[in-house]
Design a protein. Structure first.
Length: 596
């Protein structure tokens, strides 16, 4: 009797633990498009589940009726189909402002081969993903803007396999971002999904960039995953005929260290090299550029020369379709506008954009400010939240560390000063320095005061950053308190100053009401904000760059005015139809002057 009781206790304990111990997704392998991938993009069958009944109904289990009395109150067959990649909000009108669960299902055929390994890769799922394969849960991932993967080698079988993904985009008090943010909460499988096949021992990750302050010394590493740890690695640069050989150690790691007089990447010459990275069991091609970035005094240096950051803020949204930007065409629309404006940098707000966007920016000669969505109302007192943001930061750096176009990692936007927040930020800055010592680290802050035409940046956390980035809306949220040219800056420490956000709202074409009134929402009022801001910039000695908020009007549930906003934030230099507001031309002219 005692034996039975003991076994029951053990069984209950195991069940209890397994209920809460979801396996966490793995960090995604480097450069997924350079591998043996099969796209699982396209139409996925879905079950829309606003009150999470699918959890107890176990909708990941195929509903097979086995007798005359049995029935199921769910099915993926005969239901809606949603496009992947893509947010669900813009695909069905009943999902426009939906913030709950959608179950996705996709089947794929497979003939597994001995010696190969199989992975499911997700470019991003917003916000919580729980993934099932062949009716078994394989793991979870939190975070809406970074890739993740699951190894499924021992779970796939010959023939048809079925993947089910529970996607939930409910805002969470302990989330990153949390419950308040000024963009539409697009949920869904918003980026590409791939089935990935690798050799038993594959090239899992690599970091190949110039060491800090060097123009010709590469100091990186490569890591294998699999049984055969000790392998010879050959790195070939076909264009130059260079071959460099290395040997991985017992952990499958090798230092990649060599010198070469590269043609350095720059906005004027976005040079990248084809690289072939070969081990004895795997090979991957990548296109990598080489440049150095640093700060000296109040200037940012690119390849040792001062560069003024002519940036613009961009949300990951195609304004014409009012949906998450998910394709190369979407990315091209946004980046072509940035180039036309005269930018040499884009601030990809407020979260890592899709990988193709970062690669396209680099190819077009646009430097990138890349940011994790540690945005405003974050609960830094909750250790789980801090753990989530640290993991998200590692995911962002892991994915884009070989993208020379990325020059700044940003760890937050407008978070409120507190001991817990400062501690979390110092921790994140340390992660950046540890993973990637060659890039700049910043955060967009708003802990400042503007009184008697004196702008004081008092946030002590900025002293841990490489550049001080300030979001200020003088002329919009706060009126000028003197002539813009007479502004007095008081900085908590001497570092380059980047104006990471400024601007105001105008409804394209509206020139109603008195132009000196903000409530006119007029283009003329907005244009005056920009004229005044430019005068201030000309009088700001430690200015290293500016980034208007923002390129194009975008959707936000926080913007309620029924005439001028109707669910859109109208701070774009362009309307949601790509029409140029008066302010566009003021920025374009300033950027032209900045080069002189
Ligand atoms: C803040 C915030 C943006 C927001 C902007 C605005 O600075 O960083 O995300 O959209 O203000 O008020 O429009």
């Amino acid at each position: 009797m005692i034996a039975i009781r003991k076994s029951r206790i053990i069984c209950y304990t195991i069940c209890a633990l397994s209920m809460y111990a979801h396996a966490r997704a793995e960090m995604a392998m480097q450069h997924i498009e350079g591998r043996n991938i099969t796209s699982l993009n396209g139409g996925w069958d879905v079950i829309i589940d606003p009150t999470n009944n699918g959890d107890w109904r176990k909708v990941w289990i195929e509903p097979v009726v086995q007798n005359d009395h049995q029935f199921f109150e769910y099915s993926f067959d005969g239901g809606p189909v949603l496009r992947v990649p893509g947010d669900f909000n813009s695909q069905r009108c009943e999902l426009t402002y939906y913030e709950s669960t959608v179950w996705y299902r996709r089947r794929f055929e497979l003939r597994p081969e001995t010696g190969s390994r199989y992975f499911l890769y997700f470019g991003a799922v917003n916000y919580l993903a729980r993934v099932y394969l062949n009716e078994e849960e394989i793991g979870v991932h939190e975070g809406g803007f970074t890739p993740f993967q699951f190894e499924i080698t021992n779970r796939v079988h010959e023939g048809m396999n079925t993947v089910v993904v529970r996607v939930n985009n409910r805002r969470r008090e302990d989330g990153v971002p949390a419950e308040g943010y000024d963009w539409l909460n697009y949920g869904g499988i918003t980026r590409d999904v791939y089935l990935v096949v690798t050799p038993e021992t594959y090239i899992e990750d690599y970091f190949i960039q110039l060491r800090k302050d060097s123009f010709n010394e590469v100091d990186g590493w490569i890591r294998l995953n699999g049984e055969r740890k000790n392998q010879r690695i050959v790195l070939t640069i076909p264009e130059t005929g260079q071959k460099f050989s290395f040997k991985t150690d017992g952990d499958g790691r090798a230092r990649i260290h060599f010198n070469w007089d590269f043609e350095l990447w720059s906005p004027e010459n976005p040079k990248r090299y084809d690289l072939i990275i070969e081990s004895e069991t795997d090979m991957i091609h990548d296109r990598i550029g080489f440049r150095t970035v640093g700060v000296e005094g109040f200037r940012v240096l690119l390849n040792g020369k001062p560069v003024f950051l002519k940036a613009v803020n961009i949300h990951e949204e195609n304004p014409f379709t009012g949906s998450r930007a998910a394709t190369a065409a979407d990315n091209r629309v946004l980046l072509d506008w940035a180039k036309e404006l005269g930018c040499n940098m884009v601030r990809l707000a407020h979260y890592p954009h899709n990988e193709a966007m970062v690669r396209m920016a680099e190819e077009m000669g646009l430097m990138v400010w890349s940011e994790i969505p540690v945005y405003q109302h974050i609960n830094f007192k909750n250790p789980k939240t801090v753990k989530t943001m640290n993991h998200m930061l590692r995911e962002m750096i892991t994915r884009d560390k070989n993208r020379c176009g990325v020059i700044i990692w940003s760890v937050s936007n407008e978070t409120y000063a507190s001991p817990e927040r400062d501690q979390a930020h110092i921790g994140m800055v340390n992660i950046c320095r540890e993973m990637d010592p060659a890039r700049l680290v910043s955060a967009a802050i708003s802990n400042q005061s503007y009184r008697d035409n004196t702008f004081e940046v008092w946030d002590p956390m900025v002293c841990h950053l490489d550049i001080i980035s300030v979001n200020e809306y003088i002329g919009w949220y706060v009126p000028w308190q003197g002539h813009p040219s007479d502004i007095n800056w008081v900085m908590v420490c001497d570092k380059p100053l980047f104006i990471s956000e400024f601007g105001g709202e105008a409804h394209y074409g509206s020139n109603h009401g008195p132009k000196h009134r903000a409530a006119s929402w007029s283009e003329e009022y907005l244009a005056q904000i920009y004229r005044d801001q430019m005068m201030m910039f000309d009088a700001t000695p430690n200015l290293c760059g500016i980034s208007p908020w923002l390129l194009v009007d975008y959707r936000s549930t926080a913007r309620l005015h029924p005439v001028y906003q109707s669910g859109w934030n109208r701070k774009g230099l362009l309307s949601d139809q790509g029409e140029k507001k008066k302010a566009w031309f003021i920025v374009q002219d300033y950027f032209r002057r900045a080069d002189k």
